[in-house]
Write a protein that binds this ligand. Structure first.
Ligand code: XMP
Length: 323
């Protein structure tokens, strides 16, 4: 794709000039398509003077930190370090059930940890002047003009969340692109297909999908169920027909039967939506046999879940996430 190859080449040349031969750049990566494409571009431009940071907040998908490290560090050669802050996040989330409080705690903690990582780079390299962000064109528009539901109903901490005191100059290679163009660019850069087609994943992660109090045990139950859902969607060949798919662990127990014993375990809900812009969304019309396979696997393989429901709400009036 020559348009995207040119776009990449142009960015690489101009960012080299901007950063200079000695400059250092820091950027958070999540493993999502935007931060991955931005990081790969930056790595091609200035190599190890780009410092990628993965913050493990303890609420990532199953084995996510390990997988992202492998993909970005080993396969793409990016200078990436992971700050495993799971313990710190989970400690702060203890006893917290209010959705907005969870978001604020996670957003605040993320900034603290990112700042600590930036300080380490400044200590090691003498300076770090630039911040890479995977901002897309719709984010730019939304932050200028959009005051609708997702701007006011839920706190999104991934846009403009870093303190002004950091005084970093922003580098935003994806600022002019829509999501489908970022995917095209990702493919032109040779990034693997599962990374390019990944559904978006919210910054607060599984913390807003474990309804009520977040504990290590509940996160790990959800990770297992979520992993089964994603596997089954890929193997049924429908992953790319869906905009976002996840499991929600409800703070509700139900009675079930297993062998000749009674069970009293958690209820989980599967949420799969189609949408173009996430401002409105419809539930995905999942084939019944696929529903059955997912439900059977979750109930049989995940200790702690004995009932699965399918969320058939549209946005609006529901939102995509439950919290
Ligand atoms: P809602 O629930 O508002 O979600 O309909 C719309 C889209 O936004 C994502 N989302 C978030 N993304 N930080 C993020 O990075 C957040 O705090 C956050 N909250 C919701 C959600 O996953 C969906 O794609």
């Amino acid at each position: 794709d020559w348009v995207m190859t040119d776009y990449a080449e142009e960015f690489i040349q101009s960012v080299r000039l901007q950063v200079g031969p000695e400059g250092h750049v820091i950027g958070a990566v999540s493993g999502g398509v935007d931060s991955t494409v931005a990081a790969v571009l930056m790595n091609r431009a200035i190599g190890s003077r780009f410092h990628a940071i993965l913050v493990d907040n303890g609420c990532l998908r199953k084995d996510e930190a390990v997988k992202v490290l492998k993909r970005l560090r080993e396969d793409c050669g990016i200078n990436l370090r992971c700050n495993d802050a799971s313990g710190r996040f989970l400690e702060k989330l203890k006893g917290v059930t209010e959705p907005e409080k969870k978001r604020k705690i996670i957003g605040g903690m993320f900034i603290d940890i990112f700042q600590e990582e930036a300080n380490k780079i400044i200590e090691e390299e003498g300076k770090c002047d630039f911040l890479l962000q995977g901002t897309l064109y719709p984010d730019v528009i939304e932050s200028i003009s959009y005051k609708g539901p997702s701007a006011t109903i839920k706190t999104h901490h991934n846009v403009g969340g870093l303190p002004a005191s950091m005084k970093l100059k922003l580098i935003e290679p994806l600022r002019e692109l829509f999501k489908d163009e970022v995917r095209e660019l990702g493919m032109a850069l040779g990034i693997d297909e599962p990374s390019v087609w990944r559904h978006p994943f919210p910054g607060p992660g599984l913390a807003i999908r474990v309804l009520g109090e977040v504990t290590e045990e509940r996160v790990s139950i959800l990770q297992e169920a979520d992993d089964i859902l994603i596997q089954e969607l890929w193997s049924a060949g429908v992953y790319r027909d869906i905009a976002q798919a996840f499991v929600v662990l409800l703070p509700v127990k139900s009675v079930g039967v297993m062998g000749d014993g009674r069970t009293y375990e958690n209820v989980a809900s599967v949420r799969c939506v189609t949408t173009t812009d996430f401002m409105t969304a419809e539930f995905y019309r999942m084939p019944y046999d696929l529903m059955e396979r997912i439900s059977n696997r979750i109930i049989n393989e995940v200790r702690g879940i004995n009932r699965v429901a399918y969320d058939i709400s549209s946005k609006p009036p529901a939102t995509v996430e439950w919290e």
